[in-house]
Ligand binder design. Structure first.
Ligand code: 3PG
Length: 306
């Protein structure tokens, strides 16, 4: 089978080598499309692909229509909001993710971002310490649990909200359960967001929630820019000169936020949460194994469009 690795933001070379080794060892052919500039390049590259490994690359209905032989797409990572699942299902294409494989890298970045903002973006201005502060984790999945464990090691008090988990499950993960998003924001000096971008979560974090945060609070977003209502964020930051926002998913209104709020806001130039050699190896090799296994045995364990 012909497997296309399509990564606008490439994997580390060592991960690409590992992926190739697994797939060629299983008798497949591998093609590589990295750092492409236009969506048209992806559309052209999928013509003969029977499988794809992607990251945040956009697998739209147009891409799927251009890939008549495609059987499986594996998103090497957690979030699959970049894949048109309805179009994939209609085309009979299996879509999988690789849950948990890049979580530690994202969790480390979330913790680093908290310290970075506490220390006023590493400027000489007097900062604060995270020890003794409360961290609210919004969604206690693979990333959220790791953020909680690392924050506890820094002496933070950890609260978590997750409608899909029981209080016992949250407590077993080392956090104090809270039962509403309003309570989470009102009780947390730091909130770290780990929800996916879904119709129900898009623009769900706005003025009402952000302005409930206590004095000096910091909102940390390593999830998706779409979950923030940017007008509401702007209004909350305008009204409350004590609040801060740090993110790995650049807001559309970042230039304006920077101009108005300076060191109170920070966004990485390009999403880098999962950009470690370890995460690339974990997620990339897992994707390759899932594809090899799918063609060898029909295993669809990580399918997300069932
Ligand atoms: C994910 O959903 O796994 C993360 O957002 C990482 O995305 P990336 O592979 O584009 O870095």
């Amino acid at each position: 089978m012909k497997v296309l690795i399509a990564t606008q933001k490439p994997f580390a070379a060592v991960a690409v080598e590992g992926i190739k080794k697994i797939l060629t060892g299983a008798g497949h052919e591998v093609a590589l499309l990295e750092k492409y500039e236009a969506q048209a390049d992806l559309v052209a590259a999928v013509a003969d692909a029977e499988a794809m490994i992607i990251r945040s690359d956009k697998v739209t209905a147009e891409v799927l229509a251009a890939a008549p032989k495609l059987k499986i797409v594996v998103r090497a990572g957690a979030g699959y909001d970049n894949v048109d699942l309805a179009a994939a299902t209609a085309a009979g294409v299996v879509v999988m993710n690789t849950p948990g494989q890049n979580s530690n890298a994202v969790a480390e970045l979330a913790v680093a971002m908290m310290v970075f903002m506490a220390r006023t973006q590493f400027t000489p201005a007097t900062g604060s310490e995270v020890q003794g502060k409360r961290l609210g984790i919004q969604a206690f999945g693979n990333v959220g649990r790791l953020v909680g464990a690392k924050a506890k090691a820094l002496g933070m008090e950890v609260l978590a909200l997750d409608p899909f988990l029981t209080d016992e499950q949250i407590a077993a993960g080392g956090a104090r359960p809270v039962h509403s998003v309003e309570e989470l924001y009102a009780s947390s000096d730091y909130v770290s967001i780990h929800i996916p971008a879904l119709p129900a979560t898009i623009k769900s974090i706005g003025y009402d929630l952000i302005s409930r945060m206590p004095k000096g609070a910091v909102l940390v977003n390593t999830a998706r820019k779409e979950v923030i209502d940017e007008d509401g964020l702007l209004k909350a930051l305008e009204e409350r000169p004590d609040l801060k926002y740090v993110t790995d998913v650049m807001p559309d209104n970042y230039a304006l936020l920077q101009e108005k709020f300076g060191l109170r806001v920070f966004a990485t130039p390009k999403k880098m949460g999962a950009q470690t050699a370890e995460a690339n190896i974990n997620a990339g090799l897992a994707a390759a194994r899932q594809i090899a296994d799918f063609f060898a045995t029909g295993n669809t364990r990580f399918q997300v469009n069932k």
